[in-house]
Design a protein around this ligand. Sequence first.
Ligand code: PHE
Length: 448
Amino acid sequence: MQEKTSSQGSWASRWVFIMAATGSAVGLGNIWKFPYITGENGGGAFVLVYLVCILFVGIPIMMAEVFIGRRGRKNPVDSLEDVAEESGQTKAWGLIGIVGMFTGIMIFSFYSIVAGWVLNYIKAMATGELAGLTSDQANATFKALLADPMTLLGWHTLFVVMTVFVVARGVNKGLEMATRIMMPALFILLLVLLGYAMSTKSFSAGWHFMFDFDFSKLSWSAVLVALGHSFFTLSLGMGTMMAYGSYMPKKASIGSTVIAIGALDTLVALVAGLCIFPVIFANGMDPAAGPGLMFMSLPVAFGQMPFGQLFGFLFFVLVGIAAWTSSISLMEPTVAFIVERMKIKRITASIAIGFIVWLLGIACLGSFNFMSNITLFGKNIFDFLDYATANIMLPLGGIFTALFAGWAVKSKFSEEELSVSKLFFSYWKISVMVISPIAVAIVFVLNL
Ligand code: PHE
Protein backbone atom coordinates (compact mmCIF):
# COMPACT_ATOMS: atom_id res chain seq x y z
CA MET A 1 0.00 0.00 0.00
CA GLN A 2 1.27 3.43 -0.81
CA GLU A 3 1.96 5.63 2.16
CA LYS A 4 -0.11 8.80 2.38
CA THR A 5 2.03 11.94 2.13
CA SER A 6 1.45 15.68 1.90
CA SER A 7 1.24 17.29 -1.52
CA GLN A 8 3.70 19.90 -0.21
CA GLY A 9 6.51 17.36 0.29
CA SER A 10 8.03 15.49 3.25
CA TRP A 11 11.00 15.90 5.57
CA ALA A 12 13.91 13.74 4.47
CA SER A 13 14.10 11.94 7.82
CA ARG A 14 13.04 12.00 11.45
CA TRP A 15 16.17 14.01 12.23
CA VAL A 16 15.20 16.69 9.76
CA PHE A 17 11.77 16.84 11.32
CA ILE A 18 13.34 17.32 14.75
CA MET A 19 15.56 20.10 13.41
CA ALA A 20 12.71 21.82 11.60
CA ALA A 21 10.30 21.60 14.51
CA THR A 22 13.04 22.72 16.89
CA GLY A 23 13.82 25.53 14.48
CA SER A 24 10.21 26.60 14.79
CA ALA A 25 10.11 26.26 18.56
CA VAL A 26 13.47 27.86 19.29
CA GLY A 27 13.28 31.50 18.41
CA LEU A 28 12.85 34.94 19.87
CA GLY A 29 10.51 33.33 22.38
CA ASN A 30 13.47 31.62 24.02
CA ILE A 31 16.21 34.16 23.72
CA TRP A 32 14.36 37.47 23.79
CA LYS A 33 11.02 36.85 25.45
CA PHE A 34 11.69 34.22 28.09
CA PRO A 35 14.40 36.21 29.91
CA TYR A 36 12.43 39.43 29.89
CA ILE A 37 9.17 37.96 31.13
CA THR A 38 11.12 36.01 33.77
CA GLY A 39 12.63 39.33 34.84
CA GLU A 40 9.26 41.05 34.92
CA ASN A 41 7.64 38.27 36.88
CA GLY A 42 10.16 37.90 39.64
CA GLY A 43 12.34 34.96 38.56
CA GLY A 44 12.42 31.48 40.16
CA ALA A 45 8.77 30.76 40.93
CA PHE A 46 7.79 31.93 37.46
CA VAL A 47 10.40 29.65 35.90
CA LEU A 48 9.07 26.69 37.87
CA VAL A 49 5.49 27.31 36.73
CA TYR A 50 6.73 27.62 33.16
CA LEU A 51 8.55 24.27 33.41
CA VAL A 52 5.46 22.59 34.84
CA CYS A 53 3.35 24.00 31.97
CA ILE A 54 5.81 22.71 29.37
CA LEU A 55 5.83 19.24 30.84
CA PHE A 56 2.17 18.69 31.66
CA VAL A 57 0.39 20.88 29.13
CA GLY A 58 2.76 21.73 26.29
CA ILE A 59 4.30 18.35 25.52
CA PRO A 60 0.98 16.43 25.43
CA ILE A 61 -0.59 19.11 23.22
CA MET A 62 2.39 19.07 20.88
CA MET A 63 1.95 15.31 20.52
CA ALA A 64 -1.69 15.92 19.66
CA GLU A 65 -0.86 18.53 17.03
CA VAL A 66 1.82 16.46 15.37
CA PHE A 67 -0.36 13.37 15.12
CA ILE A 68 -3.32 15.30 13.72
CA GLY A 69 -1.07 16.74 11.03
CA ARG A 70 0.59 13.46 10.21
CA ARG A 71 -2.69 11.61 10.01
CA GLY A 72 -4.36 14.28 7.89
CA ARG A 73 -1.31 14.98 5.68
CA LYS A 74 -2.76 18.35 4.71
CA ASN A 75 -2.79 21.94 5.94
CA PRO A 76 -4.08 22.28 9.54
CA VAL A 77 -7.67 23.11 8.58
CA ASP A 78 -8.10 20.17 6.23
CA SER A 79 -6.18 17.81 8.50
CA LEU A 80 -8.47 18.67 11.40
CA GLU A 81 -11.54 18.21 9.21
CA ASP A 82 -10.37 14.89 7.81
CA VAL A 83 -9.32 13.48 11.15
CA ALA A 84 -12.66 14.61 12.61
CA GLU A 85 -14.64 12.98 9.83
CA GLU A 86 -12.73 9.74 10.15
CA SER A 87 -13.89 9.57 13.77
CA GLY A 88 -17.46 10.47 12.78
CA GLN A 89 -17.28 14.01 14.16
CA THR A 90 -18.27 17.40 12.79
CA LYS A 91 -15.96 19.25 10.43
CA ALA A 92 -16.44 22.34 12.58
CA TRP A 93 -13.22 21.29 14.37
CA GLY A 94 -11.46 22.81 11.38
CA LEU A 95 -12.23 26.20 12.93
CA ILE A 96 -9.26 25.71 15.25
CA GLY A 97 -7.09 25.86 12.16
CA ILE A 98 -8.84 28.92 10.76
CA VAL A 99 -8.39 30.92 13.95
CA GLY A 100 -4.81 29.66 14.11
CA MET A 101 -4.00 31.22 10.74
CA PHE A 102 -5.06 34.64 12.02
CA THR A 103 -3.05 34.11 15.17
CA GLY A 104 0.02 33.29 13.11
CA ILE A 105 -0.29 36.48 11.08
CA MET A 106 -0.75 38.55 14.22
CA ILE A 107 2.30 37.00 15.90
CA PHE A 108 4.44 37.37 12.81
CA SER A 109 3.72 41.08 12.57
CA PHE A 110 5.25 41.95 15.95
CA TYR A 111 7.78 39.13 15.75
CA SER A 112 9.18 40.71 12.63
CA ILE A 113 9.76 43.99 14.46
CA VAL A 114 11.82 42.28 17.15
CA ALA A 115 13.66 40.29 14.49
CA GLY A 116 14.35 43.66 12.88
CA TRP A 117 16.01 44.82 16.11
CA VAL A 118 18.20 41.74 15.90
CA LEU A 119 19.18 42.54 12.31
CA ASN A 120 20.04 46.06 13.38
CA TYR A 121 22.28 44.68 16.13
CA ILE A 122 24.03 42.35 13.69
CA LYS A 123 24.97 45.38 11.68
CA ALA A 124 25.97 47.38 14.74
CA MET A 125 28.15 44.52 15.99
CA ALA A 126 29.82 44.19 12.62
CA THR A 127 30.63 47.87 12.34
CA GLY A 128 31.86 48.15 15.91
CA GLU A 129 29.26 50.75 16.91
CA LEU A 130 28.56 48.89 20.11
CA ALA A 131 32.16 48.33 21.20
CA GLY A 132 32.84 49.15 24.83
CA LEU A 133 29.38 50.45 25.75
CA THR A 134 28.45 51.14 29.36
CA SER A 135 25.03 49.95 30.41
CA ASP A 136 23.64 53.49 30.21
CA GLN A 137 24.93 53.86 26.69
CA ALA A 138 23.49 50.48 25.71
CA ASN A 139 20.19 51.65 27.09
CA ALA A 140 20.29 54.87 25.13
CA THR A 141 21.31 53.08 21.92
CA PHE A 142 18.29 50.80 22.12
CA LYS A 143 15.91 53.68 22.90
CA ALA A 144 17.27 55.61 19.92
CA LEU A 145 16.54 52.65 17.66
CA LEU A 146 12.94 52.47 18.87
CA ALA A 147 12.47 56.16 18.22
CA ASP A 148 13.48 55.81 14.58
CA PRO A 149 10.56 54.49 12.48
CA MET A 150 12.36 54.51 9.13
CA THR A 151 15.20 52.31 10.38
CA LEU A 152 12.72 49.94 12.01
CA LEU A 153 10.72 49.83 8.80
CA GLY A 154 13.80 48.97 6.76
CA TRP A 155 14.72 46.01 8.96
CA HIS A 156 11.10 44.85 9.23
CA THR A 157 10.80 44.88 5.46
CA LEU A 158 14.02 42.91 5.07
CA PHE A 159 12.91 40.29 7.56
CA VAL A 160 9.51 39.79 5.90
CA VAL A 161 11.22 39.42 2.53
CA MET A 162 13.68 36.85 3.95
CA THR A 163 10.80 34.80 5.36
CA VAL A 164 8.69 34.98 2.22
CA PHE A 165 11.71 33.87 0.23
CA VAL A 166 12.16 30.64 2.19
CA VAL A 167 8.47 29.81 2.46
CA ALA A 168 7.99 30.36 -1.27
CA ARG A 169 10.70 27.80 -2.00
CA GLY A 170 8.76 25.10 -0.19
CA VAL A 171 9.39 22.31 2.28
CA ASN A 172 12.58 20.71 1.05
CA LYS A 173 14.49 23.48 -0.64
CA GLY A 174 13.36 26.13 1.78
CA LEU A 175 12.45 25.05 5.26
CA GLU A 176 14.71 22.03 5.41
CA MET A 177 17.91 23.66 4.23
CA ALA A 178 17.38 26.58 6.53
CA THR A 179 17.23 24.51 9.70
CA ARG A 180 19.73 21.76 9.05
CA ILE A 181 22.83 23.85 9.52
CA MET A 182 21.60 26.74 11.55
CA MET A 183 20.19 25.06 14.61
CA PRO A 184 23.37 23.20 15.63
CA ALA A 185 25.39 26.39 15.16
CA LEU A 186 23.10 28.32 17.49
CA PHE A 187 23.54 25.73 20.25
CA ILE A 188 27.31 25.95 20.05
CA LEU A 189 27.34 29.72 20.28
CA LEU A 190 24.98 29.77 23.21
CA LEU A 191 27.37 27.46 25.02
CA VAL A 192 30.25 29.86 24.35
CA LEU A 193 28.22 32.69 25.82
CA LEU A 194 27.28 30.51 28.78
CA GLY A 195 30.95 29.78 29.35
CA TYR A 196 31.62 33.49 29.55
CA ALA A 197 28.66 34.09 31.88
CA MET A 198 29.91 31.32 34.18
CA SER A 199 33.30 32.96 34.42
CA THR A 200 31.80 36.20 35.78
CA LYS A 201 31.26 36.93 39.46
CA SER A 202 27.56 37.56 38.99
CA PHE A 203 26.80 34.11 37.64
CA SER A 204 25.52 32.92 40.98
CA ALA A 205 23.27 35.98 41.34
CA GLY A 206 21.79 35.15 37.95
CA TRP A 207 21.43 31.50 38.90
CA HIS A 208 19.67 32.29 42.18
CA PHE A 209 17.35 34.73 40.48
CA MET A 210 16.25 32.03 38.05
CA PHE A 211 16.11 29.03 40.33
CA ASP A 212 15.24 30.19 43.85
CA PHE A 213 11.52 29.63 44.16
CA ASP A 214 9.93 32.47 46.07
CA PHE A 215 6.21 31.95 45.69
CA SER A 216 5.35 35.21 47.40
CA LYS A 217 6.46 36.93 44.19
CA LEU A 218 4.04 34.93 42.06
CA SER A 219 0.69 36.37 40.97
CA TRP A 220 -2.09 34.77 38.93
CA SER A 221 -1.30 37.05 36.06
CA ALA A 222 2.28 35.72 36.17
CA VAL A 223 0.91 32.18 36.00
CA LEU A 224 -1.07 33.16 32.91
CA VAL A 225 2.05 34.62 31.32
CA ALA A 226 3.98 31.41 32.09
CA LEU A 227 1.22 29.27 30.65
CA GLY A 228 0.83 31.45 27.58
CA HIS A 229 4.55 31.42 27.03
CA SER A 230 4.68 27.62 27.15
CA PHE A 231 2.39 27.64 24.08
CA PHE A 232 4.29 30.43 22.38
CA THR A 233 7.71 28.90 22.85
CA LEU A 234 6.66 25.44 21.67
CA SER A 235 4.81 26.94 18.67
CA LEU A 236 1.51 25.47 19.84
CA GLY A 237 -2.10 26.49 19.45
CA MET A 238 -2.06 27.85 15.92
CA GLY A 239 -1.42 24.91 13.62
CA THR A 240 2.34 25.16 13.15
CA MET A 241 3.04 21.74 14.60
CA MET A 242 0.15 20.27 12.61
CA ALA A 243 1.61 21.66 9.40
CA TYR A 244 5.09 20.38 10.28
CA GLY A 245 3.64 17.05 11.41
CA SER A 246 2.01 16.63 8.02
CA TYR A 247 5.48 16.47 6.46
CA MET A 248 6.75 13.94 9.02
CA PRO A 249 7.74 10.43 7.98
CA LYS A 250 5.30 7.72 9.06
CA LYS A 251 7.86 5.57 10.81
CA ALA A 252 9.10 8.15 13.31
CA SER A 253 7.71 7.86 16.84
CA ILE A 254 5.83 10.97 17.82
CA GLY A 255 6.28 10.53 21.57
CA SER A 256 10.05 10.52 21.77
CA THR A 257 10.43 13.07 18.99
CA VAL A 258 8.20 15.59 20.73
CA ILE A 259 10.00 15.09 24.03
CA ALA A 260 13.31 15.81 22.30
CA ILE A 261 11.93 19.03 20.80
CA GLY A 262 10.47 20.16 24.12
CA ALA A 263 13.73 19.44 25.92
CA LEU A 264 15.87 21.32 23.40
CA ASP A 265 13.53 24.28 23.46
CA THR A 266 13.55 24.46 27.25
CA LEU A 267 17.30 24.10 27.41
CA VAL A 268 17.83 27.02 25.04
CA ALA A 269 15.51 29.25 27.08
CA LEU A 270 17.19 28.40 30.37
CA VAL A 271 20.68 28.88 28.93
CA ALA A 272 19.65 32.22 27.42
CA GLY A 273 18.44 33.31 30.85
CA LEU A 274 21.69 32.17 32.44
CA CYS A 275 23.63 34.21 29.89
CA ILE A 276 21.59 37.37 30.35
CA PHE A 277 20.86 37.67 34.08
CA PRO A 278 24.49 37.63 35.27
CA VAL A 279 25.16 40.59 32.96
CA ILE A 280 22.11 42.37 34.32
CA PHE A 281 23.22 41.95 37.91
CA ALA A 282 26.88 42.66 37.26
CA ASN A 283 25.98 46.04 35.77
CA GLY A 284 23.25 47.03 38.19
CA MET A 285 20.55 46.87 35.51
CA ASP A 286 16.87 46.23 36.16
CA PRO A 287 15.79 42.63 35.40
CA ALA A 288 12.26 43.96 34.85
CA ALA A 289 13.33 46.33 32.05
CA GLY A 290 10.89 44.69 29.59
CA PRO A 291 11.26 43.85 25.89
CA GLY A 292 14.59 45.66 25.57
CA LEU A 293 16.30 43.47 28.19
CA MET A 294 18.42 41.39 25.84
CA PHE A 295 19.34 44.34 23.64
CA MET A 296 20.45 46.49 26.53
CA SER A 297 22.36 43.81 28.44
CA LEU A 298 24.21 41.62 25.96
CA PRO A 299 26.11 44.35 24.11
CA VAL A 300 27.60 45.31 27.47
CA ALA A 301 28.72 41.73 28.09
CA PHE A 302 30.23 41.46 24.63
CA GLY A 303 31.99 44.74 25.23
CA GLN A 304 33.77 43.27 28.23
CA MET A 305 34.77 39.82 27.06
CA PRO A 306 37.75 38.86 24.90
CA PHE A 307 36.85 38.72 21.19
CA GLY A 308 33.54 40.21 22.27
CA GLN A 309 32.87 41.90 19.00
CA LEU A 310 33.27 38.69 17.05
CA PHE A 311 31.18 36.64 19.48
CA GLY A 312 28.59 39.38 19.65
CA PHE A 313 28.31 39.46 15.91
CA LEU A 314 27.97 35.68 15.66
CA PHE A 315 25.48 35.62 18.49
CA PHE A 316 23.11 38.12 16.91
CA VAL A 317 23.46 36.34 13.56
CA LEU A 318 22.32 33.13 15.18
CA VAL A 319 19.46 34.79 17.02
CA GLY A 320 18.43 36.23 13.68
CA ILE A 321 18.52 32.75 12.19
CA ALA A 322 16.51 31.33 15.07
CA ALA A 323 13.92 34.05 14.49
CA TRP A 324 13.94 33.26 10.79
CA THR A 325 13.30 29.53 11.21
CA SER A 326 10.41 30.45 13.53
CA SER A 327 8.83 33.08 11.32
CA ILE A 328 8.82 30.58 8.48
CA SER A 329 6.69 28.33 10.63
CA LEU A 330 4.34 31.17 11.48
CA MET A 331 3.48 31.50 7.80
CA GLU A 332 3.52 27.86 6.77
CA PRO A 333 0.02 26.84 7.97
CA THR A 334 -1.65 29.70 6.11
CA VAL A 335 0.39 29.28 2.97
CA ALA A 336 -0.23 25.53 2.88
CA PHE A 337 -3.95 26.22 3.32
CA ILE A 338 -4.10 28.71 0.48
CA VAL A 339 -2.09 26.48 -1.84
CA GLU A 340 -4.13 23.35 -1.16
CA ARG A 341 -7.61 24.83 -0.85
CA MET A 342 -7.53 27.64 -3.35
CA LYS A 343 -5.07 26.14 -5.80
CA ILE A 344 -2.97 29.28 -5.75
CA LYS A 345 0.76 28.99 -6.35
CA ARG A 346 3.03 28.83 -3.33
CA ILE A 347 4.95 31.90 -4.35
CA THR A 348 1.82 34.00 -4.82
CA ALA A 349 0.39 32.84 -1.51
CA SER A 350 3.64 33.59 0.31
CA ILE A 351 3.89 37.09 -1.11
CA ALA A 352 0.26 37.87 -0.30
CA ILE A 353 0.59 36.78 3.32
CA GLY A 354 3.93 38.54 3.60
CA PHE A 355 2.31 41.75 2.45
CA ILE A 356 -0.44 41.57 5.07
CA VAL A 357 2.14 40.92 7.77
CA TRP A 358 4.24 43.80 6.51
CA LEU A 359 1.31 46.21 6.79
CA LEU A 360 0.32 45.06 10.26
CA GLY A 361 3.97 45.25 11.28
CA ILE A 362 4.02 48.96 10.52
CA ALA A 363 1.39 49.49 13.20
CA CYS A 364 3.59 47.52 15.60
CA LEU A 365 6.73 49.48 14.94
CA GLY A 366 4.74 52.70 15.18
CA SER A 367 3.88 51.72 18.76
CA PHE A 368 7.34 52.86 19.77
CA ASN A 369 7.16 56.23 18.08
CA PHE A 370 4.59 57.90 15.84
CA MET A 371 1.67 55.73 16.99
CA SER A 372 2.57 55.41 20.65
CA ASN A 373 -0.62 57.15 21.72
CA ILE A 374 -2.87 54.56 20.07
CA THR A 375 -3.86 51.92 22.60
CA LEU A 376 -6.15 48.91 22.75
CA PHE A 377 -7.24 47.80 26.24
CA GLY A 378 -4.56 50.04 27.71
CA LYS A 379 -1.72 48.54 25.65
CA ASN A 380 0.02 49.85 22.55
CA ILE A 381 -0.49 47.79 19.39
CA PHE A 382 2.77 45.87 19.77
CA ASP A 383 2.06 44.89 23.39
CA PHE A 384 -1.57 44.17 22.59
CA LEU A 385 -0.74 41.74 19.79
CA ASP A 386 1.89 40.05 21.92
CA TYR A 387 -0.45 39.74 24.91
CA ALA A 388 -3.59 38.73 23.02
CA THR A 389 -1.88 36.04 20.96
CA ALA A 390 0.35 34.46 23.59
CA ASN A 391 -1.95 34.69 26.58
CA ILE A 392 -5.36 34.20 25.01
CA MET A 393 -5.40 32.92 21.43
CA LEU A 394 -2.66 30.28 21.64
CA PRO A 395 -3.90 28.76 24.92
CA LEU A 396 -7.44 28.63 23.53
CA GLY A 397 -6.27 27.06 20.28
CA GLY A 398 -4.20 24.57 22.24
CA ILE A 399 -7.06 23.64 24.51
CA PHE A 400 -9.49 23.02 21.69
CA THR A 401 -6.82 20.90 20.03
CA ALA A 402 -6.44 18.94 23.25
CA LEU A 403 -10.19 18.46 23.60
CA PHE A 404 -10.39 17.39 19.97
CA ALA A 405 -7.55 14.88 20.24
CA GLY A 406 -8.74 13.57 23.59
CA TRP A 407 -12.51 13.39 23.21
CA ALA A 408 -13.39 13.56 19.52
CA VAL A 409 -10.73 11.39 17.90
CA LYS A 410 -11.19 7.65 18.41
CA SER A 411 -8.59 6.21 20.81
CA LYS A 412 -7.77 3.57 18.24
CA PHE A 413 -6.46 6.26 15.89
CA SER A 414 -4.55 8.33 18.39
CA GLU A 415 -2.90 5.26 19.86
CA GLU A 416 -1.90 4.08 16.41
CA GLU A 417 -0.32 7.44 15.53
CA LEU A 418 1.49 8.12 18.78
CA SER A 419 2.88 4.56 19.05
CA VAL A 420 4.03 4.90 22.65
CA SER A 421 3.80 2.50 25.60
CA LYS A 422 0.39 1.77 27.14
CA LEU A 423 1.31 3.70 30.27
CA PHE A 424 2.51 6.76 28.41
CA PHE A 425 -0.56 6.67 26.23
CA SER A 426 -2.85 6.69 29.28
CA TYR A 427 -0.92 9.62 30.70
CA TRP A 428 -1.23 11.49 27.41
CA LYS A 429 -4.93 10.77 27.19
CA ILE A 430 -5.64 12.02 30.72
CA SER A 431 -3.60 15.09 30.05
CA VAL A 432 -5.40 16.15 26.88
CA MET A 433 -8.85 15.12 28.09
CA VAL A 434 -8.75 16.65 31.55
CA ILE A 435 -5.55 18.10 32.95
CA SER A 436 -4.67 20.61 30.21
CA PRO A 437 -8.20 21.93 29.62
CA ILE A 438 -8.89 22.33 33.32
CA ALA A 439 -5.54 23.96 34.00
CA VAL A 440 -6.07 26.53 31.27
CA ALA A 441 -9.68 27.14 32.33
CA ILE A 442 -8.61 27.78 35.94
CA VAL A 443 -5.89 30.19 34.96
CA PHE A 444 -8.26 32.07 32.63
CA VAL A 445 -10.97 32.36 35.25
CA LEU A 446 -8.60 33.54 37.97
CA ASN A 447 -7.35 36.24 35.67
CA LEU A 448 -10.77 37.71 34.99
N1 PHE B 1 8.08 29.32 19.09
C1 PHE B 1 8.54 30.53 18.49
C2 PHE B 1 9.52 31.22 19.42
O1 PHE B 1 9.72 30.82 20.53
C3 PHE B 1 7.41 31.44 18.11
C4 PHE B 1 6.29 30.77 17.41
C5 PHE B 1 5.04 30.73 17.98
C6 PHE B 1 6.50 30.13 16.18
C7 PHE B 1 3.98 30.07 17.37
C8 PHE B 1 5.46 29.48 15.54
C9 PHE B 1 4.21 29.44 16.14
O2 PHE B 1 10.10 32.21 19.08
